[in-house]
Design a protein around this ligand. Structure first.
Ligand SMILES: Cc1cc2nc3c(=O)[nH]c(=O)nc-3n(C[C@H](O)[C@H](O)[C@H](O)COP(=O)(O)OP(=O)(O)OC[C@H]3O[C@@H](n4cnc5c(N)ncnc54)[C@H](O)[C@@H]3O)c2cc1C
Ligand SMILES: NC(=O)c1ccc[n+]([C@@H]2O[C@H](COP(=O)([O-])OP(=O)(O)OC[C@H]3O[C@@H](n4cnc5c(N)ncnc54)[C@H](O)[C@@H]3O)[C@@H](O)[C@H]2O)c1
Length: 501
């Protein structure tokens, strides 16, 4: 067939069909508008195929086995090692073998149109797509264009690295074999989770972190994860920088590391190197320069959005229809999820998507003008107060809201209360259960600003804290939320008692 140029018009164009883009499109269609999703790869995006789902599928069997190994009676009944082939097979199931048919079916059922190809903005409210079918699409949006393009790994400036075929998180989460020796560069969430997953699958893992591990968490919490990784045989190298990476003749890699010891330089040899040193919004090649946005100081381009996801600072081009006036009327460009650069979590991106989709529909119907009220369905207010975050290592880390330091920086009159988790529920859970919990309190209002938990399976404790933070539940009322006996949640009671209630 001869390639064609096809012109189409929709109420809303969403570029990027990850979990976040899908949710924006869903909400605008529920709001009575038409929507098209433009997707260059797989519908479902990073989370479904190369991030959350496969990484958790790789981790869960190890956590289940370790759980059984730490409970007398069960320990005697289980073997000591995972069946790596079966684990990889289960991971393949959770990624649907990297096929997006079921997600495409959901789009069809929901009334969302899909155009496969790379899209970019050519002028206000106009997106061009080079379709994977060979056609070119010129799309016009009556109401909004939404950037839900996700994020891109940030490559660290390590000598030699740029020339080598190393793993990023995509290669690690979709690995077909377990490497004998794996070196992980980056002590953040992805590095910690994947180091443990591969160690438990049988790799000899070295994890190199230039500072502490999981440095956004309180040290008492992250040190439990360091201990957990070391117990699994991971060589955790903290406060160590990677000077260079070289490929050897036999296809292995040599990392030269610098630590803080006097003659602090060592080498590590690995069969695979995983680089997991953070991500930045995927905003390149989207035509944003044509709208006047430019990257600053050699850093990747970053956008600023308001509480509805509306991109701020869109230059007003006189005489161009569809550009916002100085008072912000006629808004049309939004960014959500990883592309918005605020949080890099699927759940929070989907939350942003729901608010943005509803705001677009409400603005189109004249039901919303200007900025929405905080905590209304159109505002991403939780982004400022209560972003939940679980690290799925074993033990897990779970946090929501402000840390003590953040709360002080934001001008709150802060106190905190901390405890090791030692309740009947934790001792029943497993032998030698080790955990730690912290509440961060706004002393002026006597409400929670944040909470952190560390320990086996504490991720499931987090939502109670999220509700308390979002609900601004006074501590005196929280006292009446009685945790069941004998659950690990009894740590809430101990924390409130220690606080003085
Ligand atoms: C290893 C790993 C594990 C993770 N685990 C978790 C977890 O357990 N829990 C959690 O909450 N978060 C987790 N995350 C983060 C989570 O994956 C992201 O926050 C989430 O995927 C962001 O969703 P998104 O829709 O914004 O972007 P994406 O999922 O990246 O989707 C963006 C889509 O846009 C498409 N696209 C980009 N540019 C264009 C273009 N110009 N034209 C057409 N299409 C385009 C891409 O192909 C992609 O499909 C993890 C991340 C990693 C790396
Ligand atoms: N469970 C989850 O929710 C989950 C799991 C994995 C990833 N994610 C998300 O994906 C994103 C990417 O994960 P990530 O672990 O790559 O990012 P991250 O920001 O969590 O960690 C990056 C780490 O790399 C280190 N680093 C940065 N530059 C470096 C350099 N030049 N040399 C050595 N170390 C360097 C940082 O100090 C940091 O510890 C995160 O923002 C996270 O939100 C979430």
């Amino acid at each position: 067939m001869t390639p064609e140029t096809l012109q189409r018009e929709f109420d809303v164009i969403v570029i990027g069909a990850g979990a976040v883009g899908e949710n924006v499109a869903d909400r605008v269609v529920q709001g009575g508008l038409t929507a098209v999703l433009v997707e260059a790869e797989l519908v479902g995006g990073e989370c479904s195929y190369w991030a959350c789902m496969p990484s958790k599928a790789l981790l869960r069997p190890g956590t289940a086995l370790h759980g059984a190994q730490t409970v007398p009676g069960a320990a005697e009944a289980v073997t000591l090692t995972l069946d790596a082939v079966a684990v990889l097979k289960r991971r393949d199931y959770f990624t649907a073998n990297w096929q997006d048919d079921s997600q495409v079916k959901w789009l069809e059922d929901t009334g969302i149109e899909l155009i496969r190809g790379h899209g970019w903005i050519t002028e206000p409210r106009t997106v061009e797509v080079v379709g994977l079918d060979g056609n070119t699409y010129e799309l016009k949006a009556r109401h909004a264009v939404v950037l839900a393009t996700g994020s891109t790994p940030t490559t660290p400036p390590i000598d030699g690295l740029a020339d080598l075929q190393v793993w990023g998180t995509r290669e690690a989460t979709s690995a077909k074999e377990v490497p004998e020796r794996l070196a992980v560069i980056g002590g953040g969430v992805a590095g910690s989770e994947l180091a443990q997953a591969f160690a438990r699958l049988g790799s000899d893992v070295t994890l190199v972190a230039r500072s502490g591990l999981l440095g956004t968490f309180p040290a008492e919490a992250s040190k439990l994860v360091v201990a957990g990784l070391r117990a699994d045989g991971v060589a955790v190298r903290l406060y160590t920088s990677t000077e260079s990476v070289r490929e050897n003749d036999d296809g292995t890699f040599t990392l030269t590391l610098q630590d803080q010891t006097p003659d602090g330089r060592t080498t590590v040899i690995a069969d695979k190197v995983l680089v997991s040193t953070g991500r930045h919004p995927a905003l390149e090649g989207l035509g944003l320069e044509s709208l006047g946005f430019e990257a600053q100081d050699g850093q990747p381009l970053k956008l600023t959005t308001d509480s509805t996801g509306l991109v701020q600072g869109l230059p007003d081009v006189p005489g161009t229809p569809g550009t916002p006036g100085e008072d912000g009327e006629n808004p049309w460009l939004y960014a959500v999820g990883d592309a918005a650069g605020r949080n890099f979590f699927t759940h929070q991106g989907k939350y942003e998507a729901r608010a943005t989709g509803d705001a677009i529909a409400a603005r189109a119907k004249g039901e919303l003008s200007g900025a929405p009220e905080a905590w209304s369905r159109y505002a991403q207010t939780a982004n400022q107060h209560a972003v939940p975050n679980v690290v799925f290592t074993d033990p897990e880390l779970a946090a929501v809201g402000r840390s003590v330091e953040q709360a002080k920086r934001d001008g709150y009159n802060v106190s905190s209360v901390e405890l090791p988790i030692q309740v009947s529920g934790s001792s029943l859970h497993s032998e030698h259960y080790e955990g730690w919990a912290q509440l961060v309190v706004d002393e002026d209002r006597r409400v929670l600003l944040g909470a952190t938990f560390a320990g086996p399976e504490v991720g499931e404790l987090l939502h109670a804290a999220t509700i308390a933070v979002v609900g601004e539940v006074p501590l005196e009322r929280l006292w009446h939320a009685v945790p069941s006996f004998p659950t690990v949640s009894e740590v809430w009671l101990r924390l409130l008692e220690k606080y003085g209630l």
